[in-house]
Design a protein around this ligand. Sequence first.
Ligand SMILES: [Zn+2]
Ligand SMILES: [Zn+2]
Length: 101
Amino acid sequence: MTEASGWRHQPVTAHPVSRLRCPECNWLQLVATAGGPPVTECPWCWWSGVEAEPGGAFAALTCPAHGPVLVVIPEAGNEGGGISPDDFADLCCPHCRQPAG
Ligand SMILES: [Zn+2]
Ligand SMILES: [Zn+2]
């Protein structure tokens, strides 16, 4: 390994996002549960049997100044587009640029 520049950081722990449009309440929703099972329920109106599809990925960070921050990249991956949890690198706080803790 000759990555001397150090620009490639240790990946943060990221997780997939599920995207659904509920047939009952019709809200487009993104569900971000770390390590969660498949999404089958509408969290808004409690409709059962919703069908979720890949909706990108997210990672949580904790800023020393701003506390918990959730970064969601809602670009679903197919054929080279989009993002997977493996693509995440170190994140900075989007409010003050401090490194994630
Ligand atoms: Zn609903
Ligand atoms: Zn911050």
